[in-house]
Each structure stands twice: as C-alpha cells, then as structure tokens.
Design a protein around this ligand. Structure first.
Ligand SMILES: Cc1cc2nc3c(=O)[nH]c(=O)nc-3n(C[C@H](O)[C@H](O)[C@H](O)COP(=O)(O)OP(=O)(O)OC[C@H]3O[C@@H](n4cnc5c(N)ncnc54)[C@H](O)[C@@H]3O)c2cc1C
Length: 478
C-alpha cells in the first residue's frame, strides 16, 4: 500500500449494482469515486421525462427474495412506493391466453387438431424418455425442450418466443435458458404447471411474489442512492468512461478514464469494483492472457429498443403488461406505465412501452419510428388494445446491453474470464453485465453490497463461484 495516497475505492458504472456498491462503501466511510460513462446515473434503471410524462427504460417492477434488500429499498424511498399485483396475459395466434394457465388450458388454448397432436406428441416423448437407455445430448435449449415436451409444443410455445427474444436459433442457445429464470421460462412454467399441476414457488412467477414500484419511477431509487453517496463525501463523476486499468504484481495499480472535457485522468492506488460488461472489462485490463482476451470478446449481449406511444387516454390496459409470443409480432411485451405508478402519467394521458429485442444496427434497431409504428399498430388494433387515432406521438430509447446472451458454450468463456480476474488483487466484477448473469435490480444491489464488503478486506481476492453461487448457477471448467 502507498502511504502517500490512501486507498481510493473506484466503482465503474452507476447502475443499481455500482450505486449500491458505492453507497455501501461511502456508508463505511471509505473514499469512493463512482465513474459513469453516461450523463445520468441509473444504468438500465433510469427514469426519463417527455413533457409532463415520466417513463422508465421499460417497466421496473421491484420484487426480491432478499428481505434485507426490500428493507433497504423501502428505507431509501422513505416508503414512497405503490404495491400491486402483477397479472399477465399472452397473445398469440389471434388468441388471448390468461397467465398463468391452469389445468388443460395449455391444450385448450390452441386449435383442437393442434392440441390433439401436441398431447399425443407429449405422451410419446415422455414414454420415450422413460424407456431410453442412452441420454440424448441436451446442450441446447431446443433439445432440452423437445426432449421433455415434444416437437409440437416446442414449435407452438417455445420456438417463436425464444428466437424472437434472443435473436438466435434456439439450437444455438444454451439449455440453461430453459432451466433458469429467463423470460422464456414463463412459457415453460405454464406448461409444466398445467401438465404436472406444479405449484412450486418460483422467483420469476410474479403472481406469487410481493411486487412494488417506486413513486415517480425507478430512477428515484437510483437518485436516492446517489444522494447518499454524495452526502457521505463520495464522488460521482458522469461522462467518465474508463479506458484502461493498469495492474502491477497482480494488483490494480491505477484506473484511467476520460472525462467530460475529453481529458485523460488517472486514479492511483485504487481498489476497483466494476459493473461494466465482463468482455469490456477484460479488454481494458493490462496484462491479461491474450487467449482469455480473445475468448472473452465472443461474449455477447442482446440489445433492446424500447418503443413508446403516448396515448390520449388515462389508461389503456386493464393489467400491467401483456406478452406477445408470435414471431411475426416484432415486440415481446407491451406495458402500460399507468398500471405501475399513477405518478408516471398525467393530463389524462398514459405511455405504452413496447419492448423490441434487437442486435445493434439490425433492421429493428435502425428503422425509423414511423416505420416501426406501422408494423406495430395493426397488431394492437387487431387485438382491440388501442386505436391509431388515440396515439399522440411515438419515440424510442435504445439499450445496447440488455441481456447477456446465453449461447451454447458461453459458460466456459465466462469461467476463464473470471479465473483470470481472480488472479488480480483488489478487483471485483459484479452486476448483470459484469457477472454475465440474468440479474434483476435487487440482485444487482445485493452483489454491490457483497462486493463492497469484500473489497475492503486486506486480501481483496475472491472466488466467484463461492461468493456468487446464485448468479453463477451454471458449471464451467475450472
Ligand atoms: C426492458 C427491461 C425491463 C426490466 N425490468 C425489470 C424489472 O421489472 N425488475 C427488475 O428488478 N429489473 C428489471 N430489469 C433489469 C434491470 O434493469 C437490471 O437488473 C439492472 O439495471 C442491472 O444493474 P447493473 O448495475 O448490473 O447494470 P446496468 O444497469 O446496465 O448499469 C451498468 C452501468 O455501467 C455503465 N458503463 C458501461 N461501460 C462503462 C465504462 N467503460 N465506464 C464507465 N461506465 C460504464 C453504463 O453506462 C451503465 O450505467 C429490466 C431490464 C430491461 C432491459
């Protein structure tokens, strides 16, 4: 340790993970600097404003299995929350299906000829699975589903939605998407529940959990953390993009970033918590094994375009959100902001948010707002959701890194990247992008708090598998 320069705790990225980490460090009285590339804190959990209407980057319904995180969020928000029940529907093949489906609705929600074919196929698949001695390869999402539910149900329920959400052929997606709690799982849960009458608790089943929303939008929660950091003499620097991380003797020696004015700045004697995408972190680090650098560049994230419609109505939906599983419908989910918080709407207007999965620069990412609107409005009118003449205006927001892409074989790349990071003292990666995991806000905050605790210890090295077993639920080569 350098006595002239006391340790500076640098946190990269002011999303929920980075803010929670910096907040916990500031609370401990540590010297902390939070570096954020964007002009605003919040990451994907921001609240923005158009005229009198506020909107979030997609609805951010809060829920958690961690009572301490729920307690912290409520304290930060001074209990300014709205509690609600999340009820959903799925629209597909010109039908409206309630969610969760119960009993035989899995089969009665589709035409009779298909339901007979699906049922027969399912029974044969189960029988084959029971009798089979040799286990088929189940590495991919596609194989995993077909081996359990048969081809017909796969093609009706799983294939269209999975390929739309992940922008990848399901035979190239990892089976952990089916095993773990990812949007497409809701369809899996539907069928499992219907067929086996399963009522097990699942943290992604919003009908089983306590849901709430911050008054004024999710950004209020981020603002509160930022205020607390500043109040404890921490620094939050916006428009600060980290560009190099120097290491000496397997320790972080300095963090270099470019500030708002384009000037290069260096923070020495730093300990670092990073919540930026894992592949970017590896590229910024000095001295990393070139083969790990090259492998980690294969990690990839899906992107999302959020398409907003300002509607001249107090509310549009009778429930918070609806899923659209047909492949030819370009959006995955539609939500009505008025159903999450009345503080987000005013003047008898509401905002609809339509989530469109993209790859950066594909045709859905680059299409003009009007062109996209023309693809969406016929679907909304067909289902009687909203009429063209009720829409006042439209606009888009773009999220470059929305979900880590769980392609077949990603596990070993994440594993080797994390093993490389474990060699460096005083550096921890966390967050949805940083740990390459499907984490919600509560989990991102939990990781931030855990990292703040660990980084202040004398020996700052960690074993990721041991520290974050819930998030690194998949196995990878050691
Ligand atoms: C459409 C949508 C809906 C969602 N709905 C919900 C929901 O209902 N409930 C829920 O709990 N969660 C929801 N989430 C997930 C939630 O947004 C994430 O869990 C959360 O934002 C993850 O926080 P994070 O800090 O890990 O990452 P992020 O929020 O992505 O923050 C990372 C930050 O790092 C910054 N950064 C990147 N590179 C650099 C660099 N080189 N230098 C400095 N800064 C950098 C970025 O600008 C960003 O601010 C949703 C997400 C999406 C996309």
């Amino acid at each position: 340790m350098n006595d002239e320069h006391p340790i500076t705790y640098v946190v990269m990225g002011a999303g929920p993970a980075g803010l929670a980490a910096a907040h916990a460090l500031a609370d401990k009285g540590k010297r902390v600097i939070l570096l954020e590339a964007d002009p605003l804190s919040g990451g994907m959990a921001k609240t923005l404003q158009k005229g009198a209407l506020k909107y979030d980057l997609g609805p951010h319904n809060l829920h958690s299995i961690y009572p301490d995180i729920i307690g912290l969020i409520k304290r930060l928000l001074d209990n300014q929350i709205e509690e609600h029940k999340i009820v959903s529907r799925i629209y597909f093949r010109d039908r409206v299906v309630p969610y969760p489906l119960t009993g035989m609705k899995v089969f009665t929600s589709i035409p009779l000829y298909l339901s007979l074919a699906a049922f027969f196929d399912f029974m044969v698949t189960r029988a084959k699975r029971r009798l089979s001695f040799s286990r088929p390869d189940e590495g991919s999402f596609k194989e995993w589903i077909i081996n359990r539910f048969g081809n017909v149900l796969y093609e009706i329920y799983f294939e269209p939605y999975a390929s739309k959400v992940w922008k990848m052929d399901p035979s190239c997606l990892s089976k952990i998407i089916a095993e773990k709690r990812i949007p497409v799982l809701s369809l899996f849960a539907i069928i499992k529940r219907a067929l086996f009458n399963e009522k097990k608790f699942h943290p992604e089943d919003s009908t089983q959990i306590y849901n709430f929303y911050p008054k004024g939008g999710v950004g209020v929660l981020m603002q509160k953390m930022e205020e607390r950091i500043l109040g404890k003499a921490g620094e939050v620097i916006h428009n600060a993009r980290v560009e190099n991380i120097y290491c000496r003797d397997n320790r972080v020696a300095g963090v270099q970033y470019t500030n708002k004015e384009g000037k290069t700045c260096l923070i020495e004697n730093a300990r670092l918590i990073s919540s930026i995408p894992l592949n970017e972190l590896i590229q910024l680090l000095e001295g990393v094994d070139p083969s790990v650098k090259s492998d980690s560049s294969k990690l990839s994230y899906t992107s999302m375009r959020l398409f907003y419609m300002i509607v001249n109505k107090k509310e549009v939906l009778d429930l918070p959100w609806i899923y659209f599983s047909d492949k030819d419908v370009i959006f995955n989910r539609l939500s009505d902001m008025s159903k999450f918080s009345k503080t987000l709407v005013s003047d008898n207007k509401t905002i609809l948010c339509l989530e469109v999965s993209c790859r950066i620069n594909d045709e859905l990412w680059t299409a003009g707002d009007n062109a996209l609107f023309e693809l969406m409005i016929p679907v909304l009118e067909k289902y009687g959701i909203v009429r063209r003449q009720d829409i006042e205006s439209v606009f888009s927001e773009y999220i470059e890194y929305s979900h880590p892409l769980f392609f077949k074989g990603f596990e070993d790349i994440v594993g080797s990247s994390l093993k490389e990071l474990e060699k460096i003292d005083g550096l921890i990666t966390i967050g949805r992008q940083g740990l390459y995991t499907y984490a919600n806000i509560d989990e991102a905050m939990k990781m931030g708090i855990t990292a703040a605790e660990l980084i202040t210890r004398q020996d700052g090295r960690i074993n990721y598998k041991n520290i974050f077993p819930d998030h690194l639920f998949y196995t990878f080569a050691a």
